[in-house]
Design a protein around this ligand. Structure first.
Ligand code: PHE
Length: 341
């Protein structure tokens, strides 16, 4: 029995020392120390020994068990260490590899121009308003003195949401005049930028969606001279001192008198070229003195108060500001184009 125990000790320690991984080690533990293991089998034979031999063999068996357990523990720790080392090596991060470039977006030239416009007006004491693109026809038309039958209300020009033409995509930012009159205390000085929609085909100067900036002042004693002075100041701040403007008579239902303002073409300096369609001038906005009927409908007494308003085409303003020849470039969002500003 002594030889048997010593043989078990020798063989098991050798196998344990050579085991390659945790699974193999566990198999060896079962083989030697398990319920049906080799050492257990020897211990079961203890009963057949003489009373003198029994304690000696018992002690020897315990020693063998302790030695095998210690060896398993030691090897297990060693294997765990090796495994960890291997894992760490596999997960190494090479901090010298160049990082992925994070692309930062670019501000759109039209919004650069809009921010400049806002800054100029804020500097003159105007408040910037935001309003809905889905608008009531009442505010887009009726309250602006464009009654039933006015050509701009036609289904061929306007995106309506319902059969009775009550709700629409606003065709101009002018309903913001009405919203300001209805909600603000007098005197009023506002600008209201935003998207507007018309049933137009896309070409170099048209798009079914474009942007306007509405402006309005209502106070006592406001005149057309204030309108011209304000707009000329804005144009000079935007495009540089000495930029030429031209006011032409026009008609809008909600202003009287009405006008359109042009600035001299940036491409040809007024001689005439494809960008200005040979005119030498580019139309930037419509404007005028607020019609007394419009003031009245808002409960403002036109005998006490007067006001002016304008609606500026933002794309055109940005095109003039950055010398862009084609409107489509503004909407295509080609990064190679946008990055230039
Ligand atoms: N709303 C007009 C347009 O879209 C422009 C305008 C605004 C004219 C304010 C006069 C006063 O053409």
């Amino acid at each position: 029995m002594k030889t048997k125990l010593e043989e078990i000790k020798r063989a098991s320690l050798e196998a344990i020392a050579n085991s390659a991984d945790a699974a193999e080690l566990e198999a060896l533990r079962i083989k030697y120390l398990g319920k049906k293991g080799e050492l257990t089998a020897v211990l079961k034979q203890m009963g057949s020994l003489s009373p003198e031999e029994r304690p000696i063999m018992g002690q020897l068996a315990n020693e063998v068990r302790a030695a095998v357990e210690a060896a398993i523990e030691e090897t297990s720790a060693k294997l765990a260490e090796v495994a960890l080392e291997k894992q760490l090596l596999a997960e190494t991060v090479d901090v010298t590899i160049p990082g992925k470039e994070v692309k930062v977006g670019h501000k759109h030239p039209m919004y650069i121009a809009l921010d400049e416009i806002k800054d100029i007006f804020i500097g003159m004491g105007f408040t910037v308003l935001d309003g809905p693109e889905v608008e009531f026809a009442e505010l887009n038309f009726d309250r602006l003195n464009a009654e039933e039958g006015h050509p701009s209300r036609d289904w061929s020009d306007t995106f309506y949401f319902d059969e009775d033409s009550r709700v629409m995509l606003r065709s101009q930012t002018s309903p913001m005049q009405v919203r300001a009159m209805d909600s603000m205390e007098l005197p009023i000085r506002i600008v209201a930028p935003g998207r507007v929609y018309r049933k137009d085909e896309v070409d170099a100067t048209h798009s079914p969606m474009f942007h306007q900036v509405e402006g309005m002042v209502i106070d006592k004693g406001v005149t057309m001279a204030d309108l011209k002075g304000t707009l000329n100041t804005v144009v000079e701040q935007l495009y540089g001192a000495g930029t030429q403007t031209r006011f032409r008579p026009h008609h809008f239902p909600f202003t009287e008198p009405s006008c359109e303002m042009d600035v001299q073409c940036h491409k040809c300096g007024g001689v005439g070229c494809p960008t200005c369609k040979g005119e030498g001038w580019i139309e930037l906005l419509g404007a005028g003195m607020i019609h007394p009927r419009v003031l009245e409908m808002a409960g403002i007494d036109p005998n006490v108060y007067s006001g002016w308003a304008f609606g500026l085409g933002l794309e055109r303003t940005a095109m003039r500001r950055f010398k862009i020849a084609d409107l489509r470039l503004i909407f295509e969002n080609d990064v190679r184009f946008l990055e230039q500003f």
